[in-house]
Ligand binder design. Sequence first.
Ligand SMILES: [Zn+2]
Length: 269
Amino acid sequence: MIEPIIKNHIRYYKGNIPLILSTPHGGEVTPDDIDDRNSGVFDWDDYTLELTEDIVNEFFVQTGKTPYVVIGEISRKKVDLNRQRDVAYEDEKAKVIYDEFHHLIQKSEKEIDKKFAKGLYIDIHGQSHPKAYTEFGYLLFNDMLKLEDSHLEDYQNQTSIRTLCRFSSESFLEQLKGPHSLGSLMCNEGYDSIPSMKIPYAIDGNYFEGAFDTIRYGSLQGGNISGIQIEFPYKNIRDTKEHRQKCASSFVKSIIKFMNVHFEINLRS
Ligand SMILES: [Zn+2]
């Protein structure tokens, strides 16, 4: 089992498979010597740090391997690790933390690119929308997800899975919401998700399409590593240790299947 390295309030696992997980909003550490931010969003994504740790453990149980993982232990009150630099922090003392987080994701992507020449990046969050679906963000707004398939497929080049077609034998629409999309795989595990075969878009409009880290570290600008943002609901997923472990187990199963279908990578071998 790989042990994490902790530096500048960032927890890092140097992994051994072509998968990176980042968790920017699960930290609660509030150093007194760093001023709070005065503007922006300060919400804590409750227990996403713990859920990510459960996913790391579950990966080891199911595959004997470890993904690359970058977790912020710092509170969003001090620095928002999912924003561009000029709005991420107000106190220059937070710069080193921000840089550590992004440097480690970039370093992980470089290593994966060199070793595997393909890979997946996942940015983990928590939301509190009333329907409590798990939301998968590909940088497509809900209004785009509502479009007829013949129009929706025109948006492939605006997504964080833009280059997944280099590796996957399935079409863009299948990658997004077909039977082997991450949303549908999680639906099969009992976690209703958007987009998926069952729920292609949010009927009530509550849906997060992805933000800074997904834009930056997915394949919108090219490269071999595609990205997906995940917003886990609180109820029955993040709220108790038991629920987090159950969700982690289902999520790892879904990722193993997804990487097998779309990247022809067998994480169990
Ligand atoms: Zn978040």
